[in-house]
Structure formats: structure tokens, C-alpha cells
Design a protein around this ligand. Structure first.
Ligand SMILES: *[C@@H]1O[C@H](CO)[C@@H](O)[C@H](O)[C@H]1NC(C)=O
Ligand SMILES: *[C@@H]1O[C@H](CO)[C@@H](O)[C@H](O)[C@H]1NC(C)=O
Ligand SMILES: *[C@@H]1O[C@H](CO)[C@@H](O)[C@H](O)[C@H]1NC(C)=O
Ligand SMILES: *[C@@H]1O[C@H](CO)[C@@H](O)[C@H](O)[C@H]1NC(C)=O
Length: 468
């Protein structure tokens, strides 16, 4: 899950029935939300599948990246992780048993096309067919994401991946194959490449790839398949550290450079004005044709929302080292007058700040024309070595979910067009650069035996999601 930014294009095969509710409950439950509101859990391919170098899968950039010595604790990889490739039935049975409606999983591009393009890996296609068919069999609605960091390595080697416009066509072809068949990144100081321009080129190609995929879906598949398509974006809430005008502007820059970078083009057809003014010539432009394709290229927006940070203006002269991070000209803090913004989870960046979710959702409602939104990821982690007993007795996680769902309900009650919520994650799994040292699951996994044990939070969801 954690990413500095990410983009996921989801084929969302669900039609929501949004009705009114007059329910007011002291504690939050399915009844607190409009009729038809969807509750699910989320994972991503590389984090849960296993069989990373098997079953005909080609390597992704993550398989290569994590070979860097010292990058991931214990040199952990996703080679086996929680073996969902073989245990998907058990996992889907568990979702159904816990009263969830949906599963947001991701498709590994290099499992379908080992080289990114060209020959299809039939074994991989058969796997996703088994997974999806079994979900449908158990009444779990599939929400499939087409890209969750795991770009095929072959594409990176051929033309440097998202840095090249060539990726737009290849991604659209892969997306189209998925439509037909199954109906991030650099910020901070890179040691290679040009941080002044490359993040903007990458994002530009991501947006164009997304828009091209949406265009194909709309032109050829949507009418028949009746699915919905959207984009998933991380959105940390940025709260001004003080009431000063400078800090308010800094927080706005942070929002624009983070979520606005993607959301503004697909809603309004251009990058936020703050970005245009600061980045100037280094910011790529959309052609008139591209604006037509990009603007409005979504049926819904997925927001990954975990936490909030304070932002302040550093009051320094325009930075000498030009780069994406410098361009924000904003600093973040986790404390105000010595008081943490919220209780911290295991990950250093994750503070429990439910009002941040409320503000993030209302911000999108007010600034972007109240689009249809799914809250696509939300959750907290415990340390990987937490004892089994403590791991199962996860009352802190229950309180996290309770307070965030209450904040979400408040935003829905105030008119935000949110139609679904996905907890991250169903299972403890391979947490990218943290390896297996962080556990986000509502289900505990013994990484030695791969046996699954629902935590108290899983039973809490089961209780609140009961239908009648
Ligand atoms: C990780 O791999 C590196 C390089 O291969 C090796 O030197 C190191 O001992 C390994 N660390 C662990 C914890 O296995
Ligand atoms: C992928 O590309 C390599 C090198 O071009 C080639 O040897 C291999 O057969 C290709 N694999 C597939 C599945 O297309
Ligand atoms: C990036 O480099 C600048 C200038 O050298 C430095 O001030 C900043 O702390 C660095 N940021 C990170 C995340 O390393
Ligand atoms: C977990 O690991 C951390 C860091 O290595 C250590 O400080 C802590 O004592 C460990 N906790 C348990 C329960 O083993």
C-alpha cells in the first residue's frame, strides 16, 4: 500500500444503488450508510499472490528493485508471500464469511504479458479467471486494478517505462486485453535520472495511459459490460500547521502537488494552476486532442486515505535544487506545539487522524464537483514481530476503523458522493520496502505456515456488516 504516489486504473464491475438513509446510530455499521454502499477489503498482486517467478509470470520492476542489498528487511521478497495464488478460495470464503461485499485486487501485468507486450501467458490468465469466477460464485464483487506499482521489467528495459510515451499504447493494449478477458514513484532525491523533469514526465504518461485505457473501455466494452472505470489516488490530508496565510498556501500547494497533480487533469483537463506557476516549462502540456481524452476520463475516483500531516511554509528562498519535492516548497510535521497529530501506528508515517479522512473527502466533493468516490484503501499496521496473541487482539485497529468509518459517514451525511469503502488489508502481506515487518491485515498470517487467523477486527467487521 504505502506509496508516495500511485496510480491504479480500476475496472469496476459494479453498479451502485444510492439511496437515502435516516439512520443515526451511536456506533457505526452497515446501516449507517446509504443502501447499496459497498464494503470490501483490498490487496495488490505482488503483495499477496506469490509465484512471482513461477506460473509463467515475467518479472516486474519490483522484483528487480528489491534485489538492491539492504533495501528490504531480511531481504524479503514477494516470491511466496501469503500464497493467494493457491489459497484464493480460502481467502474468498473468509471474505464472504466476514460479510464483505467486494474485493479490490490487482492484476499483475507481467503475469498476463510476461514481456509487457506480445505473447500472453495462458497460465496467468487462467489464474485470474479462477479468482474472479470464485468471487462471483461466493457473491463477492470484483474490483480489479490494472496497475499497482508492478510495471513489467521488460517495459522498463525496452524504453524506460513510464518515462516514455510508448507506454501509453502498451498500457492501453494490456488494459483492453483485461477488459476483453476479465470483463509512482520517484519523489525525493533520485540517485539516477533527472528529478527536475522526470517525475512530471512519468505522471504525464500515467495520466495519458489511464485516459487511453478509459477511452478504449468506453468505446468498445462499457455499453455491453456495464462496468465502471476509474483511477485510484493516494490522498494524505495536509493540514496547515498554523493559521497563517503562508502555511495555508503551503498546505494547498501540497494538496495540489499530491492529489491535484492527477485529479485536476482528469476533472478539468489541466494541471493545477499552482503547479503550472511553479514548475513552468518543466511541466509537460496536454495537446488539444489529449485534453479531450483526459478530461472526464473517469466514472469514479478511488481515494486511498490513511493519515494526515501538518504542513508549513519553510520561509526559505526558492530552492536551488530543483526537483519535484523542492517544488512543493512545503515541509511536513507530525506535531503541533509538541502534540502529535494523532496516535502513531507502526509505520513512521501513519498517524490515526480520522478527521483527515473527513476533510479529504469533503475537499474532493467541494473542489472537484462531487464526483462518485470509493474510499479505496484505509487501515493501520502493527509491527511484524507482534506476538501472536497481541496480533489477534487488535483493539487499536478496531478503534481506528470505528473512528474512520464514523468520519466517512459524516462526509456522506453531508452530501459527499461516496459509494464504497475498502479496508486495507484482508491479510498481513508483503509490505513493499518494509517486507514482512509490518502487518496491515484484519487477518493474521503465520508467515511460516501461511495459515490464516482472523483478528478481532475481522470479527468486528463481520458484526457491523451483518445484513439484518
Ligand atoms: C541480504 O543479502 C545481502 C546480499 O546478498 C547479504 O549480504 C545479507 O547478509 C543478507 N541479509 C540477510 C538478513 O539475509
Ligand atoms: C520475452 O522476450 C525475450 C527476449 O526478447 C524472449 O526470449 C522471450 O521468448 C519472450 N517471452 C515471451 C513470453 O514473449
Ligand atoms: C534532497 O536533497 C536536498 C538538497 O541536497 C536536501 O536538502 C534534502 O534533504 C534531500 N531530501 C531527501 C528526501 O533526501
Ligand atoms: C520486535 O522488533 C523490534 C525491533 O527489532 C524490537 O525492538 C522488539 O523488541 C521486537 N518485539 C518483539 C515482541 O519481539
Amino acid at each position: 500500500m504505502r506509496r508516495l504516489f500511485s496510480i491504479l486504473v480500476g475496472l469496476l464491475v459494479y453498479t451502485a444503488v444510492v439511496g437515502a438513509t435516516t439512520h443515526t446510530a451511536a456506533s457505526v455499521s452497515r446501516k449507517s450508510f446509504p443502501k447499496g454502499f459497498v464494503f470490501g477489503t483490498a490487496t495488490s498482486a505482488y503483495q499477496v499472490e506469490g509465484m512471482a517467478s513461477k506460473g509463467g509470470r515475467g518479472p516486474s520492476i519490483w522484483d528487480e528493485f528489491i534485489k538492491t542489498p539492504g533495501l528490504v528487511p531480511d531481504n524479503a521478497t514477494g516470491e511466496v508471500t501469503v500464497d493467494q495464488y493457491h489459497r484464493y478460495k480460502e481467502d474468498i470464503d473468509m471474505m464472504a464469511n466476514l460479510n464483505f461485499d467486494a474485493y479490490r485486487f490487482s492484476i499483475s501485468w507481467s503475469r498476463v504479458f510476461p514481456n509487457g507486450t506480445g505473447k500472453v501467458n495462458k497460465e496467468g490468465v487462467a489464474y485470474y479467471n479462477r479468482l474472479i469466477n470464485y468471487m462471483l460464485h461466493k457473491g463477492i464483487t470484483p474490483y480489479a486494478n490494472l496497475n499497482h506499482y508492478d510495471l513489467p521489467l521488460a517495459i522498463e528495459e525496452k524504453y524506460l517505462g513510464w518515462l516514455s510515451h510508448d507506454v501509453v499504447k502498451d498500457f492501453a493494449n494490456y488494459a483492453e486485453f483485461c477488459f476483453k478477458t476479465f470483463g509512482d514513484r520517484a519523489y525525493g532525491n533520485c540517485t539516477a535520472g533527472n528529478s527536475a523533469t522526470e517525475p512530471y514526465i512519468v505522471a504525464h504518461n500515467l495520466i495519458l495511459s489511464h485516459a487511453a485505457a478509459v477511452q478504449r473501455y468506453r468505446e468498445k466494452y462499457q455499453e455491453k459490460q456495464k462496468g465502471r472505470i476509474g483511477i485510484l489516488l493516494d490522498f494524505t490530508w495536509y493540514e496547515p500547521l498554523t493559521r497563517s496565510k503562508a502555511d495555508n498556501l503551503a498546505a494547498q500547494r501540497a494538496r495540489d502537488f499530491h492529489v491535484g497533480w492527477f485529479l485536476h487533469p482528469i476533472v478539468y483537463g489541466e494541471y493545477p494552476k499552482t503547479m503550472q506557476n511553479i514548475v513552468k516549462d518543466r511541466l509537460p502540456k496536454f495537446t488539444i486532442e489529449e485534453v479531450k481524452m483526459v478530461k472526464g476520463s473517469f466514472d469514479l475516483i478511488g481515494i486511498n486515505q490513511y493519515t494526515a500531516h501538518y504542513i508549513y511554509d519553510p520561509h526559505t528562498n526558492p530552492p536551488k535544487h530543483i526537483g519535484y519535492q523542492m517544488d512543493w516548497n512545503a515541509r511536513s510535521a507530525n506535531k503541533r506545539k509538541g502534540v502529535p497529530i494523532g496516535p502513531r501506528a507502526y509505520s513512521y508515517w501513519l498517524y490515526n487522524v480520522p478527521w483527515g479522512l473527513y476533510k479529504a473527502v469533503m475537499y474532493i466533493k467541494e473542489r472537484y464537483g462531487n464526483p462518485t468516490v470509493i474510499l479505496a484503501e484505509n487501515g493501520m499496521d502493527d509491527p511484524g514481530n507482534i506476538t501472536f496473541t497481541k496480533g489477534l487482539h487488535d483493539t487499536t485497529r478496531i478503534n481506528y476503523y470505528k473512528s474512520y468509518l464514523a468520519a466517512l459517514k459524516q462526509s456522506v451525511d453531508e452530501g459527499a458522493n461516496v459509494i464504497g469503502y475498502f479496508a486495507w488489508s484482508l491479510l498481513d502481506n508483503f509490505e513493499w520496502r518494509s517486507g514482512y515487518t509490518s502487518r496491515f491485515g484484519i487477518v493474521y498470517v503465520d508467515f511460516k505456515t501461511l495459515k490464516r487467523y482472523p483478528k478481532m477486527s475481522a470479527y468486528w467487521f463481520k458484526k457491523i456488516l451483518r445484513k439484518n
